[in-house]
Design a protein around this ligand. Structure first.
Ligand code: KIV
Ligand code: ZN
Length: 506
């Protein structure tokens, strides 16, 4: 298979559909972004459409990097062609892109012309463009588009006949636009194949699909596999009405299907965000690949699969590793009533707190119930539940205070079933001394695990900066996890012991 040739139309079809078409400096900036993406051709504008576009096409032609084809659009009339030649003819590899409809409907109801007239005009335009531009630039190329090719199902023989003459007149690229998307991709591709088979092998077949029915990417991708090499795409799918074929979707779909795509895929996300800002056309939430929600998971089953495969190239519930297009690899795990324990576990752990999967199981029904009323819960709301259910468990014990009497002596005050108790304990540090004091008060417990973590103060908003995890051996020999946070590391330890005690003596 020939490598796909990415022909970008953001600065022409994309630009002409904007509420405020871009000015020169904006086009220059986007042109540089297209360079970073490494597209093979840029249609820089429609020089005859306005003085501003004429000047922009001229400037961008000067800026063209080596190997780039710079194309300018022109209707099949001499004045448009002259204007295109004047503005882009001096580029290293200029291309005059002229077009005329050959669709029966359009010729009759819009142009009010006979098919033979249109056929002749199209051939003459190509001949004129070829002869004029070759005089000034031997590298120049001619592209002809059958506007509304998608509506040419009934007169395809006539179109093919005209295209043969157009190729003889000097066009090396034949673009077959689905100017308004009306048909199934398969029907359209069948037409493409008929044209391709009828023309000489060295003619480049190009696709330019509008997205009126939302199938432009499918048609373009399948059209490539049917032999079309030039793919006309627009960044963020900009363009008239529902837009043109989305550049990112086509590039990534081809890449995912084993094609060597000659563009810098890792620039896609950044470029998409920039184009959205510059065009003032928002990237919609669910936009494939680049949408804010394109990597969000809310159902429990999806969250579980996404988390289990998060570091792998192939993800359970995503089409790409996000970094392929320059996105952050973190998939969003949003918690709703549809979510599950894996999400609770992940959200709390990602926030910097320790939780076991058993504890996440305990919390899940509680947060689900809250979410049934509120919708998606933020990390803060889930942490609130974590604090009240796991960290600050209420029970028979209430820690009151502790005091160091000497290096290894310690006085502990606490309430048991509202009864204030003050006991002393000895030990190597507050943890030991506290357990000793509890033993002296009639609550002997064995420590089986201890760890303290530093916390990010901002996450808590409470000024706490240490979290202690202390496992005590329960009445039946089971491990009971006690947790607590505090500004003071010793107090965090003692509070964690009381947290475990409240689970043991319920
Ligand atoms: O959609 C279309 O047919 C066009 C042509 C000018 C190529 O934009
Ligand atoms: Zn178009």
């Amino acid at each position: 298979m020939k490598k796909p040739f990415f022909y970008d139309i953001t600065l022409r079809d994309g630009n002409q559909s904007l509420k405020k078409p871009w000015q020169l400096h904006e086009k220059q900036f986007i042109f540089e972004k297209l360079h970073e993406l490494n597209v093979q051709a840029v249609e820089v504008g429609f020089p005859a459409s306005s003085h501003m576009d004429f000047e922009a096409c001229k400037t961008l032609s000067d800026m063209a990097w080596d190997g780039l084809v710079v194309s300018g659009l022109a209707r099949a009339v001499q004045s448009d062609i002259d204007s295109a030649i004047k503005s882009i003819g001096h580029a290293k590899t200029p291309r005059i892109h002229t077009f005329l409809t050959l669709s029966p409907f359009h010729m009759k109801y819009v142009l009010n012309k006979e098919p033979q007239y249109c056929s002749k005009k199209a051939v003459e335009a190509v001949e004129y463009a070829y002869n004029q531009i070759k005089k000034i630039n031997p590298n120049a190329q001619i592209q002809f588009s059958v506007e509304h090719f998608g509506d040419c199902g009934q007169n395809l023989d006539f179109v093919i006949d005209t295209l043969k003459k157009i190729v003889n007149a000097g066009a090396s690229v034949i673009n077959l636009p689905n100017t308004v998307e009306r048909t199934r991709p398969a029907t359209f591709i069948n037409m493409i194949e008929q044209v391709k088979n009828a023309l000489p092998d060295d003619v480049i077949i190009s696709l330019h699909n509008h997205n009126d029915l939302g199938m432009a990417t499918a048609t373009t991708v399948e059209g490539y596999f049917a032999g079309a090499v030039q793919l006309e795409c627009c960044l963020n799918g900009l363009g008239e009405r529902a837009g043109n074929t989305d550049f990112a979707q086509v590039a990534v779909a081809l890449h995912n299907n084993g094609i060597d795509v000659p563009v810098n895929l890792e620039k896609i996300y950044e470029t998409s965000v920039i184009i959205s800002q510059m065009s003032k056309v928002k990237i919609y939430e669910k936009a494939p690949l680049v949408g804010p929600e394109a990597l969000a998971h809310r159902s429990g089953i999806h969250q579980d699969g996404a988390i289990k495969t998060k570091d792998m190239d192939f993800g359970a519930y995503r089409p790409i590793k996000p970094s392929l297009i320059g996105r952050d690899d973190d998939e969003k795990i949003g918690f709703t009533s549809q979510s599950g324990k894996t999400a609770v576990f992940e959200i709390i752990n990602n926030a910097g707190y320790q939780i076991t999967i058993d504890e996440a199981v305990r919390l899940t029904p509680i947060v689900k119930e809250i979410s049934e009323k509120k919708g998606e819960l933020g990390t803060d709301e889930i942490l609130k539940v974590y604090f009240s259910e796991i960290l600050n468990v209420k029970g028979a014990f209430e820690f009151v205070s502790f005091k160091h009497l000497s290096d290894d002596k310690f006085k502990l005050a606490f309430k048991f079933k509202n009864d204030l108790k003050e006991v002393e304990g000895c030990g190597n540090g507050p943890l030991d001394a506290c357990l000793d004091a509890l033993k002296n008060a009639g609550f002997p417990r064995k420590l089986s695990f201890y760890k303290q973590y530093a916390l990010d103060e901002d996450k808590l908003g409470s000024g706490a900066n240490a979290m202690s995890v202390i496992n005590l051996v329960g009445k039946g020999g089971e491990e009971i996890i006690g947790r607590a946070i505090d500004q003071n590391t010793a107090r965090a330890n003692v509070k964690a012991i009381f947290n475990a005690l409240n689970q043991i003596y319920k």
